[in-house]
Design a protein around this ligand. Structure first.
Ligand code: SAH
Ligand code: SF4
Ligand code: F3S
Length: 458
């Protein structure tokens, strides 16, 4: 019998890191680790890091500084591991800058954690940033029923990892490696297991999720649309989402899936980055403003209630005022329900970082503020349009106040309801009564048209 040990995992960056952190915790559960929310209480701390922008990458060093101090003060021998995209991109640098780190592990080596920890436990400082030949998904442990229940009724499931697109600003193709799709049968098995444990909503994730082309059980490659068609047949699975998509891979069958699959939520995150053709070309995006707008039109034609969100970069090298205006103009034209906007951050080793005409910081700041203001207005307009409408929400957790529960709308908004006649894991129809900056409030319609389905089993 192993000694019980405590694990603290902190995730930065995207949803793939959240999923990976869960799978690391599941795998270490087999080694006798239970999770704690308090780093001071942990025998092992894992920082699962993000390298996408400079600020994100630097966070790991400030976090390590805090951990070093806490460790010294407590005189503890907590082991410290750095995982994720910073680990992959600058493993040796981490070891040099942060002597407190015992182990660096890249995203493709998580299944090796138990043996790497044993090696680090002997006092050696260990770095594993290989891209191994074996499939890590075959070796990572599945979550226990208790772990799945604790994570709630909506679960992430990685179907594709890595990227071959090489946008000129982006580190992901270097940190996550080449695009790989998991075989459909393995995804279906993982989905069935999760649904059997009470999951009602699956969020299929991948850096380029709609480029999915995994081997199908029929020996042919399956598209994401084909995969979702099979997933939609799993009894008890109420909702499907997928993220993040690239405009280049929105095939006709995927667009049709938005019409044909009732489980597929009418909300799509489709990053466009810029509204200027010149900038899109410099970014090597492989799509134009026009092809993006065509896609939006085609998607809305098959699913009129579809809402869109997006990502934008401002101050990309070479972006002029006119290019930036074209971005604002695209935002007005599409009317996004939400979006993220970022200042361009030059990343080591990416082509755009070496571009001669980097935008000054004040230009980036001014453009970011203008874009964010417009995006916020667009979001508020969308949220406000839902007032008085009845939406189905998936109840996810208890709220802050007595009797309150929080659910998710089809559009990923948090919706607060008081004393709903339902439990976590239920779908419930609610009428939206209030629209706040971070959440909506709703009530169950008087003529109880709520449809509580089976709760997550005890
Ligand atoms: N795979 C996704 C997004 C990956 S990163 C896609 O292809 O769209 C998430 C977002 O971070 C990107 O959409 C982009 O808007 C932003 N981003 C990526 N690299 C960046 C950089 N160097 N500077 C600023 N923002 C960046
Ligand atoms: Fe990065 Fe572009 Fe790949 Fe998205 S598609 S992960 S932005 S290189
Ligand atoms: Fe960040 Fe890596 Fe995700 S760089 S956004 S954690 S793929």
């Amino acid at each position: 019998m192993q000694q019980p040990r405590k694990l603290y995992v902190k995730s930065f960056g995207c949803q793939m890191n959240v999923y990976d952190s869960q799978r690391m915790a599941d795998t270490l559960a087999r080694e006798g680790f239970t999770e704690t929310q308090d780093p001071a209480d942990a025998d092992l701390v894992i920082l699962n890091t993000c390298h996408i922008r400079e600020k994100a990458a630097e966070k790991v060093y400030s976090e390590l500084g805090r951990l070093r101090k806490a460790k010294q003060e407590a005189g503890s021998d907590t082991m410290i591991a750095v995982a994720g995209c910073v680990a992959q991109a600058e493993g040796a640098e981490i070891m040099r800058r942060a002597p407190v780190v015992d182990l660096v592990v890249g995203p493709q080596s998580y299944h090796r954690l138990p043996e790497l920890l044993r090696a680090a436990g002997t006092g050696a400082r260990v770095v594993d940033t290989e891209f191994p030949v074996e499939d890590k998904f075959d070796h990572l442990a599945a979550p226990s029923r208790a772990a799945t229940r604790a994570r709630g009724p909506a679960a992430f499931l990685t179907v594709q990892e890595g990227c071959d697109k090489f946008c000129t600003f982006c580190v992901v193709p270097y940190t996550r490696g080449a695009e790989v799709s998991r075989p459909a049968a393995k995804i279906l098995a993982e989905a069935e297991r999760l649904v059997g444990q009470g999951v009602r909503e699956l969020i299929l994730i991948g850096q380029n999720v709609n480029a999915y082309h995994g081997d199908g059980p029929d020996g042919r490659p399956w598209s994401l649309a084909r995969l979702m068609e099979a997933l939609a047949r799993i009894e008890g699975l109420a909702r499907l989402r997928y993220t993040t998509s690239h405009p280049r891979d929105m095939g006709a069958d995927l667009i049709a899936a938005h019409r044909d699959l009732p489980q597929l939520m009418p909300y799509l995150h489709l990053p466009v980055q810029s509204g200027s053709d010149k900038v899109l070309e410099l970014m090597n995006r492989g799509h134009s403003r026009g092809t993006y707008l065509d896609l939006v039109r085609d998607l809305r034609a098959v699913r009129p209630d579809l809402a869109l969100s997006s990502d934008f970069i401002v101050g990309f090298p070479g972006e002029t005022d006119a290019d930036f205006e074209a971005t604002l103009d695209l935002v007005r034209e599409v009317g996004f329900a939400g979006a993220y906007a970022f200042k361009y951050s030059p990343r080591p080793g990416t082509p755009a970082a070496g571009h001669g005409s980097q935008a000054p910081e004040d230009v980036k700041s001014a453009r970011l503020a203008a874009l964010q203001k417009l995006l916020e207005a667009s979001k508020v307009a969308f949220d406000t349009s839902l007032k008085g409408r009845t939406l189905e929400i998936l109840l996810e957790k208890s709220g802050r106040h007595e009797g309150q529960m929080i659910g998710r709308s089809p559009y990923l908004q948090s919706v607060v309801v008081t004393n709903p006649p339902a439990a976590i894991g239920d779908l419930l129809a609610v009428t939206i009564t209030e629209v706040g900056p971070n959440s909506l409030a709703g009530r169950v319609p008087a003529l109880a048209s709520s449809r509580p389905l089976a709760a997550m089993e005890a």
